[in-house]
Design a protein. Structure first.
Length: 237
């Protein structure tokens, strides 16, 4: 638990648990379906394993998650109390989409982007065979430039090394641009027309590709008509 506020207000009591660094983002990952330690790490690539373990223990002691062991397989499952946090996470995400300003360079993360994309693939829209989409990010300073999504009829995997399968489509361009499309700030046609990304694929695949992804759950959140009144948060935070 975090430092006590010494207030009887239930908001204060809830925040004694939830406002420690990374805790709500960990809840976000649990709410979106990640249950295993390594999957949680992939959704929180900049969180240390030690801190992740500590936060899971805190949430378990508080009754928000339950540790389930089946031999060597360990899962962290939300309890009823944990599942009730879903609308809290969704409301925060919608508010952040509407009112937080432009993301900074330090906020861009190909690991998180591809992990987010992999769990929002519309399997019904993808060809019913193994389909590989390669992403190459050309922004200055991006270290992990090359990524592959391997989409099977019943599973999606993220690879940071060439899996060795034929590539159905290759997307090359700006990490910022693809992130803005994913977040709902740009349409796919605008992304391609501007030259922000280039797609190498047969014409039918090029047309179908954006429909393979459901995009971020917050992509459809309405934005203010102008940037006036938006809240500026330091991008490196």
């Amino acid at each position: 638990m975090g430092a006590p506020y010494h207030q009887f207000c239930p908001v204060a009591k809830a925040m004694e648990l939830l406002d420690e660094r990374w805790t709500l983002l960990l809840v976000r990952e649990l709410v979106t379906g990640s249950e295993r330690f390594n999957d949680l790490r992939r959704g929180l690539p900049r969180m240390s394993p030690t801190l992740l373990s500590r936060r899971l223990q805190q949430l378990a002691r508080a009754g928000v998650v339950r540790r389930v062991e089946d031999g060597a397989d360990v899962r962290y499952v939300l309890t009823d109390a944990g599942r009730e946090l879903r609308p809290v996470v969704e409301a925060l995400g919608a508010w952040g989409t509407r009112w937080i300003g432009e993301i900074g360079d330090a906020d861009l993360d190909p690991k998180l982007l591809l992990w987010d994309m992999h769990r929002n693939v519309d399997l019904a829209a993808v060809p019913s065979r193994r389909t590989v989409v390669r992403f190459r990010f050309t922004d200055p300073g991006v270290v992990d430039r090359d990524w592959w999504l391997v989409i099977s009829p019943d599973d999606v995997d993220v690879c940071d090394a060439d899996p060795g399968h034929p590539v159905a489509a290759s997307v090359t361009g700006s990490l910022r641009g693809v992130t803005r499309w994913w977040n709902g700030d740009l349409s796919w046609p605008a992304l391609v027309r501007s030259g922000t990304v280039d797609v190498e694929a047969p014409s039918g695949v090029r047309r179908a590709l954006p429909g393979w992804f459901a995009r971020s759950p917050f992509a459809a959140v309405p934005r203010p008509p102008t940037s006036a009144g938006r809240v500026e948060v330091p991008a490196t935070r």
